[in-house]
Design a protein around this ligand. Structure first.
Ligand code: SF4
Ligand code: SF4
Length: 407
C-alpha cells in the first residue's frame, strides 16, 4: 500500500465515525489533552488508549490500531466520554467502532468469540436454552404471568434479561423483585421463552449486526402483547430500550426497576417490617448512572430502609468506577487478567471496604443494581484484603429482607 492509500483508509474510517455517530464530527476537535486516557481504567495497558486511537487515525495508522488486541481492554464505561472537554462521543463513536473493525478482521479473543457465538445460536451469551428462560419462576407462588400463556394485557412488561434469568447467583435477586412486585400488587407479566438478550453489551463489543437481530426478535415478541410500560432489571437493557432500539424504530416507555420502585416508595415504606442494621455503599452501574443519569432513585430506596446507614465511595455518581463487565468485559475476564494482572472489580471492592470501614460488629454491604455485579463483586471479596465479610446484595434483595418476603 502507498502512503497515500494508508492515510486514505484512516481518513475513511474517521468519516465513517462522523457519519454514523451523533456528534461524530466532534472527533475533529480532539485537543490531545489525554483526559480520556487518564480516567480510562485500563488505559495503562492499552497500546492505543482513547487519545492515542485518535492520534493513530490522524497519522494514518488504522491497520496498526486494529491489529493490537489491547483495545479489547475497553469496558465501554463512558468515563472517557464523561470527561472529554471537546464533548467527543469517544465510547459510542470511537472505541465501539474500533472493536467493530477488529471483529471484522478476526482480531477477537477466543472467550469473547465464544460468547458471541452462543448469543448468535441461543440468543443469550450464556449459551442457555431459550426454553429455560423462565425456569427461575417455575416454583413461585403466586404464579408469574407469562404473556404467551396469559393472553391478556398487563400494566407492566418486565424485561428480565439474560443474567437475571439464568445466572444462579442473580436469580435470587430476580425472585426477590418478583415478590416485591407481587406485594405491591403490580399487574405485571414477562415474555419468558420469547424474550432474548437485549444485545446492548454485544453491540458495545462491536457486534452491531447481532444486536440488531436480537432487537428485532424482542420487537416481534413485544409487538404481540398489550402493556403500558417496560421495566428492566438490567441497566444495559434499559439503555437499549431507551437509547438504541428507537434508532431501529422500536419504541416503548421504559424504566429501570430502581426508578419504578422509587416511585412506589410510600407504599414500600408501609410494607417494611424489619430493620436492616448495616452500613451500605451503593455502586452506580455505568449504564444506569453515568450514561442515563439515574443516581438518586437507588439512594432514595436505600435511605428508606430502616436501620441502613448509606455511605459513599470516593468514585460515585458520574465519576463511578466500572465493575469491569461492560463492553464485552463480562466475557473477557481471562484475557483482561492476562494483560493487566488486576481486575477492576477488585479496585471497586477495595473502595467499598474503605467506605464502609472495618467495624466487625456491624454488617457491611456493597449494594448493586445490575445483574452483572453480584458474581463479579462476590468473587472480588475473596481476594481483596479487608473484604472478608463484606456482603454483596442487590437493592431488591435488601428491600425484600426488610419487607420479610425473601424469595
Ligand atoms: S479527552 Fe477528548 S479532547 Fe482530550 S484527548 Fe481525549 S478525546 Fe481528545
Ligand atoms: S469507555 Fe471506559 S474503558 Fe473504554 S476507553 Fe473509555 S474510559 Fe476506557
Amino acid at each position: 500500500m502507498t502512503e497515500a492509500t494508508i492515510l486514505d483508509t484512516s481518513k475513511q474510517f474517521i468519516n465513517q465515525i462522523i457519519s454514523a455517530t451523533t456528534d461524530g464530527e466532534r472527533i475533529r476537535l480532539c485537543l490531545q489533552c489525554g483526559a480520556c486516557s487518564g480516567v480510562c481504567p485500563f488505559g495503562f495497558v492499552m497500546k492505543y488508549p482513547p487519545h492515542g486511537m485518535i492520534a493513530a487515525l490522524r497519522a494514518g495508522m488504522l491497520d496498526d490500531l486494529i491489529s493490537t488486541d489491547t483495545s479489547w481492554m475497553c469496558v465501554s464505561c463512558y468515563a472517557c466520554t464523561q470527561v472529554c472537554p471537546a464533548k467527543i462521543p469517544v465510547t459510542a463513536g470511537l472505541t465501539t467502532r474500533v472493536k467493530e473493525e477488529m471483529l471484522l478482521t478476526g482480531n477477537v479473543p477466543s472467550e469473547l468469540q465464544d460468547a458471541l457465538e452462543k448469543a448468535q445460536r441461543y440468543f443469550n451469551p450464556l449459551g442457555e436454552s431459550p426454553r429455560k428462560r423462565a425456569d427461575w419462576a417455575s416454583d413461585l407462588e403466586p404464579e408469574v404471568t407469562i404473556m404467551a400463556k396469559a393472553k391478556r394485557p398487563v400494566d407492566v412488561l418486565w424485561f428480565v434479561g439474560d443474567y437475571a434469568s439464568y445466572h444462579p447467583r442473580v436469580m435470587s435477586s430476580t425472585r426477590a423483585m418478583t415478590k416485591i412486585l407481587q406485594a405491591l400488587d403490580v399487574d405485571f407479566g414477562i415474555l419468558g421463552p420469547e424474550e432474548v438478550s437485549d444485545g446492548d453489551s454485544l453491540r458495545l463489543a462491536g457486534e452491531t449486526g447481532l444486536f440488531e437481530m436480537l432487537a428485532e426478535k424482542n420487537a416481534q415478541a413485544l409487538g404481540k402483547y398489550e402493556f403500558k410500560e417496560i421495566i428492566t432489571t438490567d441497566p444495559h437493557a434499559f439503555n437499549a430500550f431507551k437509547n438504541e432500539y428507537p434508532n431501529l424504530e422500536i419504541s416503548y416507555p421504559v424504566r429501570h426497576y430502581t426508578q419504578f420502585l422509587a416511585e412506589h416508595l410510600d407504599q414500600i415504606k408501609a410494607l417494611m417490617k424489619h430493620n436492616v442494621e448495616a452500613t451500605v455503599v451503593f455502586h452506580d452501574p455505568c449504564y444506569l448512572g453515568r450514561v442515563n443519569g439515574v443516581f438518586e432513585e437507588p439512594r432514595q430506596i436505600l435511605q428508606a430502609i430502616p436501620g441502613v446507614e448509606l455511605v459513599e465511595m470516593s468514585h460515585n455518581r458520574e465519576n463511578s468506577l466500572c465493575c469491569g463487565g461492560g463492553g464485552g468485559g463480562m466475557w473477557l475476564d481471562g484475557f483482561q487478567w492476562e494483560k493487566a494482572h488486576v481486575r477492576i472489580s477488585e479496585w471497586r471492592v477495595r473502595e467499598a471496604v474503605s467506605a464502609v470501614g472495618e467495624d466487625e460488629d456491624r454488617p457491611r454491604i456493597l449494594v448493586v443494581a445490575c445483574p452483572y455485579e453480584p458474581p463479579r463483586f462476590e468473587d472480588a471479596t475473596k481476594t481483596v484484603p479487608g473484604a472478608e465479610g463484606l456482603l454483596v446484595k442487590d437493592i431488591a434483595e435488601l428491600l425484600a429482607e426488610s419487607m420479610g418476603i425473601e424469595g
